[in-house]
Ligand binder design. Structure first.
Ligand code: SAH
Ligand code: SF4
Length: 369
């Protein structure tokens, strides 16, 4: 409605926002430069970092350690972006799913999974995914776009803020929030490499979640695995293996045609692991496709020599899928063979199925109000 004063005010605000700097988009070094440029003392950097990443401030005006004048002055130059909570669903088992809106109208999902003393957040790295795995609902969306580093990290800040609103008292700092991060939401993290690496630095250094409590899961972009080890903090690695022959893997995961099983496992063998560290191999169990005894024996053979643990994930069905979930007994027998073969094999309890929050069920459909 051009001419309308409300519209004029809004567009003025928008142009200000567009030329202003988003503090969440700055690395630690860039924030230091910004603080310097504003003629502020060095300690302001630490203060801003603390308020943005550990106290989840959603605007400069929430940073009460800054005087009103300073809040105003900085607001002319900078702002703090936020994900918009579009929907929040809670499962019967306590799992929660958040639908977050991005600045351009796209949306992503993150899943919060409480488990004993851990609080794991499963985060997205892309809107949709281009890898086209046949058993994955996210795959049916195709890739809409990569997430920016701050959009990846902001899922954690937003979840923490939602867990204890409005702002936790100073004494609590970041404690009591998310303890573990898994890149197992929407998207293939290694296909959004540079942004994911930046986000990993933010997560480990600014949000201060330990790299040993952070896990990146990939469908197998093999050449990116050594690059990850070289450029990112050394996080835990999970591989969505899902098959024991190239024939089956080619069919269910097209990425295998470019980087077949041998290439992928060679890259895994070279990934630097901490003492007693292990690579997690995820194995989605698809009835009649990859769940035979023979598959279990082949899996033992394939992973020989790699410090590993296997996560068996019985297929989570969704409408229109060509696959079925094996019976519980079959999953247990498969696990039994692995265990007898001296492997650590866990069956992943897929949490949050009633709210479509389980592995492979994320699609970020807009809520219907
Ligand atoms: N793109 C990365 C990160 C997503 S992790 C990757 O694929 O590793 C999502 C995990 O859920 C993967 O291990 C995938 O194999 C698994 N998955 C996908 N669809 C699934 C489904 N329908 N049921 C069970 N697990 C599924
Ligand atoms: Fe993408 Fe992972 Fe789903 Fe494959 S399993 S389509 S890589 S999100």
């Amino acid at each position: 409605m051009p001419g309308d004063t409300g519209y004029a005010a809004l567009s003025e605000k928008l142009s200000l926002i567009m030329s202003a700097i988003n503090l969440k988009s700055l690395s630690k070094k860039e924030l230091e430069s910004f603080v310097k440029e504003q003629g502020l003392p060095v300690f302001r950097t630490k203060q801003l970092l603390h308020w943005i990443y550990e106290r989840y401030a959603r605007s400069l005006h929430e940073i009460t350690e800054l005087s009103k004048d300073l809040q105003e002055k900085l607001s002319e130059k900078a702002y703090i972006s936020n994900l918009e909570l579009l929907n929040r669903q809670t499962s019967r088992d306590g799992t929660e799913k958040f639908l977050f809106g991005l600045e351009d109208g796209e949306s992503i999902e993150s899943v919060l999974i409480p488990d004993d003393e851990r609080l794991t957040l499963c985060i997205s790295s892309q809107v949709g995914c281009a890898m086209g795995c046949r058993f994955c609902l996210t795959g049916t969306m195709g890739l809409r776009r990569n997430l920016l580093p701050y959009e990846i990290a902001d899922q954690i800040i937003s979840a923490n803020r939602l867990i204890h609103p409005p702002i936790p008292p100073l004494a609590r700092g970041g404690k009591g929030g998310v303890t573990n991060i898994v890149f197992m939401g929407m998207g293939e993290p290694l296909a959004n490499f540079d942004n994911v690496v930046k986000a990993l630095w933010t997560i480990t250094q600014m949000i201060k979640i330990s790299r040993t409590r952070t896990t990146l899961s990939t469908s197998g972009l093999a050449p990116k695995i050594p690059e990850l080890a070289a450029k990112a903090p050394l996080v835990n690695l999970a591989i969505s293996l899902n098959a024991t022959t190239d024939e089956v893997r080619d069919y269910i995961m097209p990425v295998n045609k470019t980087f077949p099983i041998k290439k992928l496992l060679d890259a895994c063998r070279k990934y630097p692991l901490a003492a007693r560290g292990k690579i997690t191999f995820e194995y989605v169990m698809l009835k009649g496709v990859n769940d035979s005894d023979e598959d279990a024996y082949k899996l033992i053979k394939l992973l020989r020599g790699i410090p590993s643990k296997v996560n068996l994930i019985p297929f989570n069905p969704y409408e229109g899928s060509e696959f079925r979930r094996p019976e519980d007994g079959r999953v247990l027998e498969f696990q039994g063979i692995l265990t007898k073969g001296h492997m650590t094999a866990l069956i992943r309890k897929s949490k949050g199925q009633d709210i479509l929050a389980a592995c492979g069920q994320l699609k970020a459909s807009k809520p219907v109000f």
